[in-house]
Design a protein around this ligand. Sequence first.
Ligand code: ATP
Length: 545
Amino acid sequence: MATVKLDMEKLVSLCRRRGFIFQSSEIYGGINGFWDYGPLGVELKKNIKDAWWQDMVRNPPPGPDGQEITMVGLDCAIIMNPKVWEASGHVGGFSDPMVDCKESKKRYRADQLEVIEGHHEILPLLYYAYTSNDQDLLKAALKKAEKAARASAKKLVDTPVGQAFMNVAKEVSRLAQIVGPDVDVPGTLTEPRAFNLMFESYAGAIQSEENKVYLRPETAQGIFVNFKNVVDSTRVKIPFGIAQIGKAFRNEINPRNYIFRSREFEQMEIEFFCHPDESMKWYEYWRDLRKKWYSTLGIQSENLVPREQGKEELAHYSIGTTDIEYMFPFSEEPQELEGVAHRGSFDLTAHMTKSGKDLTYFDEEGWNAMLQERLEPFKEDKKRREEEKKKLEKDERSKFIFTPHVIEPSAGADRFTLAVLCESYHLDQAPDANGKMEERLVMRFHPRLAPVKAAVFPLMKKEGMPEKAQSLYRELKKHYKVEYDEAGAVGRRYRRQDEIGTPFCITIDFDTMKDDTVTIRDRDTLQQRRIPIGSVLDELRKAMA
Ligand code: ATP
């Protein structure tokens, strides 16, 4: 982990200034929990989604036994039949327990509230609540506890310990002893209550209960309800995966930490269907693969923390879940980037029950292989063969029909975009036009993710340099997002590109006009090399591989 933590305000300001991320509807004062990606942000996020699609769907690495793995994609509607959400448990169930503060009118997620105990000699015993990972609120809670101890002429001898609010609030009477995070008196917090996170709307002209629909809170269910369609319309055989990238909506109570927790976001989800007997093997495969993927795109491995959920945290259907967490600068604790969950057969079974449709899988290949082997001894005796076949159909066929188990790696495109922005932000030293060292802000994006791959500069606006530079620019932009810049001193142009993380700057100078060579400058090492103008595209290709 970096020793100096990135100041989030600086990152947010850079993102706004250079057109990565804007507040949604900013001219009207914005809207809490919604963000817009600007010209550079949209390129960055698109590169992230394209990298995921390329590496997970079109060209996934070999499976655990070195075999090719089959992956296909889907793009489902955001609004689905509401029965989907009844079957999945989202209607009624998709809610975080919330706690309201009657005095401050603030609302907190109960599972994110913790309490410290006041000094035990002070009666009645008070607890001071704060939201986990919020150092300011923790400090405030400690201060309140100290103040109370001083007021009653007691010294705070024990270090108060953080414990889950939910545990303390289990006994309702104790709510009266808890001082909320934003108030100074006890007893203002309500009991935890369910709060539905799904956005609702109506399909059709009449706003009636029958026309009620939901904006999907995850892309996964679109995959489950299309499982049979995919099996019937393609030649996929289990094991195989279906992937989808798309928007999801959650009416989060406390959207916060920039694009980390918003109300509209994008997910990159895979449902990998396999035989129950092989599910643990595939779970481990996806868990390890997904963590590695982040590292190959430039996330330092010490900032990435896979965290196997404890039994008590697991969703009721889950056999195992690993959260891949990242040390975001806004928190002392690593936060979830992606969850890799072993969901068993929960989802397909739920949709089978609700829809009445058969979503089991028939392992035809396995069945045929078995038939062939068992009927081999009777190949000369047609009658016996038929009898044996009937017997096998009665006794054995059902063993080849099963409800697949599912491994779900579910990642957030916006959370990864934020991790990439945090990870790339660097301040270092670089020489100015006179060779004097000065501070430089550089975004060290992995070349595959960088919004702009290269910038082409004519050294001067004369002697054919601009024309030559434009011709190179036109050639490169057929393949990559590149920029052309002829404004200001070259040093200044370098700085502009460093700030947006452009890996290469290519300068057309006097020598180019003589021998068709250019300088190519590396953003990170600052080294400049002379290469033939005809090999620039290859250089970019190499870096993007
Ligand atoms: P959290 O506990 O942080 O709310 P979650 O466990 O509910 O997350 P999942 O339902 O597993 O999240 O969703 C999968 C992924 O979708 C998350 O790992 C995250 O990257 C992304 N995601 C979920 N909620 C949000 C949100 N409100 N804003 C941005 N990304 C989100």
